[in-house]
Design a protein around this ligand. Structure first.
Ligand code: HEC
Ligand code: HEC
Ligand code: HEC
Ligand code: HEC
Ligand code: HEC
Ligand code: HEC
Ligand code: HEC
Ligand code: HEC
Length: 391
């Protein structure tokens, strides 16, 4: 470390400088733990780099995974330093396209340091780590968005451009929403897919479990399997998932259902009924909201109606999720409960508004009465004055 820091050639000094921030340095590991050689031979260049003291030189892309795994796949060794990190990185890596091609001699696919860096490796929960969630998309797209680099593989290079404008990319990269998936949440950190998931197509259900449960019990489950179609991506895409709205449902322009269901099929009929139900609830919500608002503006306390409005709104959200059962009954149930709540809100807003108009009538009535009484009083006083004058 001390020799390399002094070397003018940056290629040779940079590693020593980078090691200052490396997670391995913290435990006293140093150059020789990866490169071999003799770290005690401080003044002896030849001995420090001697083969007889195990000097390995610079590992290449193919030998590197084995080097890192020398420690990282050893459970007894790793437990001593950090019992919380797994020891399965290499075995998972070998199941991924990266790891498979690496073992076949491809040096361009990602290997450990392509994602973690080298000489300055940080813990994955360090915000400066290249695998810290918000940094992952940039790390992967270093290769995956490079058309020239990826050219020989004939795989698309648009993942990052699509992802960054998607609902997920926007949530993670713009809003710092850590529960939104980065590339590795769907593709796995080291393995082909995250542990416990059979294929990338099933990955959406990890986070969107309600939609997956409904989908799995629906007629679409079997239909997708028969056609070898993925569960969610058929309608939502994978990298370009956008925020759905009601226009996606049904059979009119821009809706997904008509893409597969002909006009005379039962799927077509169900699709337009679902849209009708949801449109009905949404429109009702809008009109009742306007009514409640008017009553509030007029100074009435509308706590109870606000509660019912909230319930109606939740039912609308649940109805949109229930779409994934692809059945009229499922959506009708949520829409029905939403309509009930909105009706209560509407009733109390209407009652408040008629109370206001009743109060207005009273006010006008009382005002007229007041004027009449005042006039009568004035007249009476005048009469009294005249009587005094006459007297
Ligand atoms: C955690 C393991 C690890 C540690 C610790 C480590 N290195 Fe490396 N080093 C590597 C790997 C892997 C490569 C090859 C990857 C690369 O070239 O990017 C490498 C490459 C190098 C190279 C060649 C760079 C080049 O551009 O050709 C030098 C020189 C080097 N290391 C010096 C050091 C020195 C000096 C230290 C201690 C200050 C050190 N390394 C600590 C893993 C390590
Ligand atoms: C000499 C044994 C050894 C070698 C070789 C080694 N590591 Fe480590 N590494 C460790 C230990 C021990 C830790 C745990 C440090 C801690 O968490 O405090 C660690 C931590 C890490 C971490 C941080 C884990 C986290 O998120 O907390 C990463 C990433 C990492 N190593 C990657 C690598 C890579 C990549 C290589 C190969 C270039 C490598 N290591 C080589 C022993 C080693
Ligand atoms: C394609 C990119 C990529 C490659 C290749 C890769 N890693 Fe990782 N690694 C990640 C990501 C992403 C994380 C997890 C970050 C998180 O937990 O949020 C991670 C986490 C880790 C951790 C922390 C503990 C854990 O398992 O979560 C260690 C240690 C680690 N990697 C070591 C390695 C080693 C050793 C190799 C080579 C055999 C390797 N990585 C190859 C991307 C990669
Ligand atoms: C060092 C460059 C590099 C980095 C960094 C990298 N990859 Fe790759 N990746 C490749 C290459 C090259 C292939 C091989 C393409 C092929 O043969 O299909 C590949 C293949 C893949 C595939 C399989 C594509 C297919 O269907 O064949 C996926 C998925 C993938 N990478 C995801 C990721 C993710 C996620 C990350 C970041 C965590 C990442 N990659 C980081 C170079 C890289
Ligand atoms: C929400 C989940 C999700 C996220 C996030 C995600 N992917 Fe994917 N990705 C998929 C699915 C699903 C496929 C299709 C896999 C299949 O059909 O076998 C795919 C396919 C791929 C492929 C194969 C080629 C292609 O485009 O079809 C590559 C390479 C890839 N993704 C890289 C990335 C990279 C890089 C990122 C981050 C910028 C990323 N993915 C983010 C789910 C995701
Ligand atoms: C790691 C968890 C995770 C995974 C995996 C995931 N998502 Fe998401 N998804 C989220 C989060 C969090 C949001 C909310 C983002 C926001 O609203 O800002 C979201 C939002 C969405 C939305 C918009 C929801 C709305 O109410 O507007 C859709 C649609 C969606 N995801 C579909 C998918 C699909 C399809 C996949 C698989 C290809 C997938 N997701 C994989 C976490 C995930
Ligand atoms: C990728 C093509 C595709 C899309 C898009 C699609 N479906 Fe289907 N759907 C099918 C297939 C295939 C079947 C099974 C064969 C059949 O009954 O037509 C099916 C079956 C159904 C059924 C059961 C029909 C029955 O007779 O039991 C309903 C209901 C349904 N879909 C509703 C919808 C709705 C609502 C949408 C839009 C949100 C939609 N589908 C979008 C392909 C699709
Ligand atoms: C046949 C087409 C289709 C399939 C398959 C499909 N969706 Fe949807 N999805 C829709 C439609 C249509 C909407 C919009 C409903 C609305 O807003 O009225 C939607 C809305 C959503 C939403 C936002 C509304 C909500 O529920 O919060 C999420 C999240 C979502 N889908 C996730 C998924 C997931 C996860 C899968 C796979 C298990 C999936 N979808 C499969 C058509 C589909």
């Amino acid at each position: 470390m001390s020799c390399h820091q002094e070397i003018p050639d940056e290629r040779l000094s940079a590693p020593a400088k980078g090691m200052e921030h490396d997670v391995h340095t913290k435990h006293g590991f140093s150059c020789s733990d990866c490169h071999g050689g003799d770290r005690s031979a401080v003044d002896d260049f030849v001995a420090a780099h001697s083969d007889s003291r195990g000097f390995k030189g610079s590992p290449d892309a193919l030998t590197e995974p084995g080097l890192c795994a020398g420690c990282h796949s050893d459970p007894v060794f790793m437990k001593k330093y950090n019992p919380n990190i797994g020891v399965d990185q290499l075995s998972l890596f070998r199941t991924s396209v990266h790891g498979i091609k690496n073992s076949q001699g491809d040096t361009k696919v990602a290997h450990c340091t392509s994602c973690h860096g080298v000489h300055g490796i940080r813990s994955s929960d360090d915000p400066l780590s290249p695998v810290y969630p918000v940094n992952v998309p940039t790390t992967c797209s270093k290769c995956h968005s490079d058309e020239t680099y990826m050219e020989p593989y004939r795989v698309p290079t648009d993942q990052m451009s699509e992802y960054s404008t998607s609902v997920h990319g926007n949530a993670l990269l713009e809003e710092g929403e850590r529960t939104a998936p980065a590339c590795n949440d769907c593709h796995g950190n080291h393995g082909a897919v995250p542990p416990g998931i059979a294929s990338v197509s099933e990955v959406c259900g990890q986070c969107h479990s309600a939609q997956l449960a409904l989908f799995s019990a629906s007629p679409h489950k079997e239909a997708h399997e028969a056609m070898d179609l993925p569960a969610c991506e058929v309608c939502h895409g994978n990298h370009e998932v956008t925020r759905p709205d009601d226009s996606m449902l049904g059979v009119s322009e821009g809706a997904v259902c008509a893409e597969c269901h002909d006009e005379d099929s039962s799927g077509h009929a169900v699709a337009s009924k679902l849209r009708e139900l949801i449109d009905g609830l949404r429109e009702k919500h809008e009109s009742v909201a306007a009514l409640v608002n008017t009553a509030e503006q007029a100074g009435m306390t509308m706590d109870e109606a606000a509660f019912e409005m909230n319930e109606g709104r939740s039912a609308l959200l649940r109805a949109r999720t229930a779409v994934h059962a692809f059945s009229v009954e499922a959506v009708e149930m949520e829409v029905g409960s939403g309509q009930e709540h909105l009706l209560k809100a509407e009733t109390s807003a209407s009652a408040a508004l008629s109370e206001i108009s009743l109060r207005r009538k009273w006010f006008v009535g009382l005002a007229i009465l007041g004027v009449v009484m005042a006039l009568a009083l004035i007249r009476k006083m005048r009469d009294a004055d005249r009587a005094v004058l006459r007297g």
